[in-house]
Design a protein around this ligand. Structure first.
Ligand SMILES: [Zn+2]
Length: 388
């Protein structure tokens, strides 16, 4: 069957080692005079924020810095960022860091230009007024947020992760400089890399997948599959860092065009109630979701194609066996990344599962999973993950 789709890339990409040096001309291209730089303390300590500030100032652009971004940014974090932005009457936003910096930058942009609170933008296309231009500079090979129009912000009171999407929130320009990702702490490389692989695998099979999203999913998988073991073994391997950064950007592009699936639905309650980092929670659930989805022959076929394209599964194998090979390899990646696959080790008990499953089934991403996945199915997936 032929699937219809629109493709309207909103983000200009600038890729290459040392590409961050072009931030001045990039900001000028957008007419920037007063920039808000949104980042976190780790990025300041690594020297990246200072360098970007200096490059912008040399180009004649005034910079105000908000360096209070936290992991899984909350509505409170966004409000603090908005306060700083309002005081400085800025005209452009630069998000520098991991997905959390980009999410905070986008969240700030919503409220600064359209007023109200984050919950007013929960869903898609709720912003009525134009938004400020955003430049995204990722420093992790992970979320691919630089290629997405969504801000993921957690409600500080309910712990609910709200996906606030609007085409106007997408970055106008993303600078992908692999050299910036060399400074990632090892655990960030591991978690964000696993998340990037999960984006490739989940987007490849969603109900919303199209021939175009499949193109990005497959290339994201090829790059991150080859890159992750290398960056974990040799953190200074710039070529492999480049594959991870580009793979993450293609994964983000795939999400923008096909959404995500059940591994992400199952991960969010684990992050909310047990503080398990996003990439870890997603990577832990993904092999179980792959085996669950592979019961559907048309989906096993897609998984088999991913496996065969990376020489993971011999061509002679049946699609179900090839899909199982993929699940096994994803489990091995968790081991290489030194992330436990057992929910029990992370403090989850059987009595917690019904509540987690009910919340997972209510997640927005669950509806895009290729196989219908109800609360009872999530209970089964969590039970598997309890054992590891
Ligand atoms: Zn993710």
């Amino acid at each position: 069957m032929l699937t219809s789709f629109d493709y309207n890339p909103r983000t200009k990409l600038i890729f290459g080692p040392g590409a961050v040096a072009r931030i001045g001309e990039t900001a000028k291209e957008l007419g920037a005079r007063k920039v808000l730089l949104v980042t976190d303390q780790g990025i300041v300590a690594a020297g990246h924020a200072g360098r970007v500030t200096q490059l912008l100032e040399t180009a004649g652009v005034t910079v105000t810095c908000f360096d209070g971004v936290e992991e899984n940014p909350s509505t409170l974090c966004v409000e603090k960022c908005v306060e700083v932005a309002r005081r400085s009457s800025i005209d452009t936003i630069v998000g520098l860091g991991g997905g959390s910096s980009m999410d905070t930058a986008k969240g700030c942009n919503f409220i600064l230009t359209n007023g109200g609170h984050m919950k007013d933008y929960w869903g898609i296309g709720k912003a009525k007024q134009p938004m400020l231009p955003l430049i995204a500079i990722p420093t992790t090979g992970g979320t691919g947020s630089e290629c997405q129009s969504f801000a993921l912000i957690t409600d500080v009171r309910t712990h609910q992760k709200m996906a606030c999407g609007d085409t106007k929130a997408a970055a106008r320009i993303a600078i992908l400089d692999p050299a910036l990702t060399l400074s990632q702490p090892e655990r960030v490389t591991a978690r964000s890399g696993i998340d990037a692989i999960a984006h490739a695998v989940e987007t490849a099979v969603t109900r919303r997948r199209t021939p175009l999203s499949g193109l990005f999913s497959r290339e994201a998988f090829r790059l991150t599959f080859a890159g992750l073991p290398r960056v974990l073994k040799s953190p200074a391997d710039l070529e492999a860092r480049g594959w991870m950064l580009l793979g993450a950007a293609w994964g983000g592009t795939a999400i923008e065009n096909s959404m995500l699936g059940a591994a992400h639905s199952a991960a969010n309650p684990l992050t909310a109630h047990f503080g398990i980092a996003h990439g870890h929670a997603v990577g832990l659930m993904l092999p179980h979701v792959v085996r669950f989805n592979a019961h559907e022959p048309s989906i096993a076929k897609v998984y088999a194609e991913l496996g065969r394209a990376t020489n993971l599964a011999p061509r002679a194998e049946t699609e179900e066996v090839a899909a199982d090979h993929l699940a096994e390899r994803l489990e091995q990646f968790m081991e290489i990344a030194q992330l436990t696959r057992s929910l029990k080790t992370l403090g989850v008990q059987p009595k917690d599962i019904p509540r987690l499953a009910a919340e997972a089934a209510a997640q927005w991403t669950a509806q895009f999973n290729p196989r219908t996945v109800a609360a009872a199915d999530f209970e089964g997936l969590y039970m598997e993950a309890l054992k590891g």
